[in-house]
Design a protein around this ligand. Sequence first.
Ligand code: GRF
Length: 193
Amino acid sequence: MPKLKLGVLISGRGSNLQAIIEAASDPGFPAEVAVVISNRPDAYGLQRATAAGIPSRLIDHTAYGAKADFEAVLSKALDEAEVDLVCLAGFMRLLSRAFVERRSDRIINIHPSLLPAFKGLHTHQRALDARVAETGCTVHYVTPGMDEGRTILQKRLAILPGDTPDSLAERLLPLEHAAYVEAIQVLAGTLPG
Ligand code: GRF
């Protein structure tokens, strides 16, 4: 079976990227990271890609006047790497309708809440403020709207007395990593490589 080729888009730390890289180092994993692309020059994830011997690209959105110009370069880089599935992993740009529709059901994202609850930023603080009993993470298809596409899978985390945004983020992170790897495995079984 040919492996699904992933293009992982990042803006920062890249711990989800690292989890995907490590999963893909298993010869039995159904996907491989073909390219890592960051829109920020200081994203630590770029160093993770280099350390793993994976091609990486910096496409700095601030260098382009129009979103369409940035996305044209991004699209070309993904095409050149023959990417089958785009994985947003802490990528902090919204993608246009044209970009998303060209890769319909082939762009996914991870979000640190149980969507549709708490779209956007500061999810853990908002979960605590809302006094919900649990939070979690969601891997979902990407649409032009923020954190709005269909859910692929979720993992749940109980909120404990004394939890803070930081403690929730710390306990959730390993669940995010597992969720992303699992979602890629699920999709690899459905998408042609
Ligand atoms: C994660 O919490 C992810 O859910 C959110 O951004 C963060 C990225 O972390 N979308 P990392 O860069 O993968 O470490």
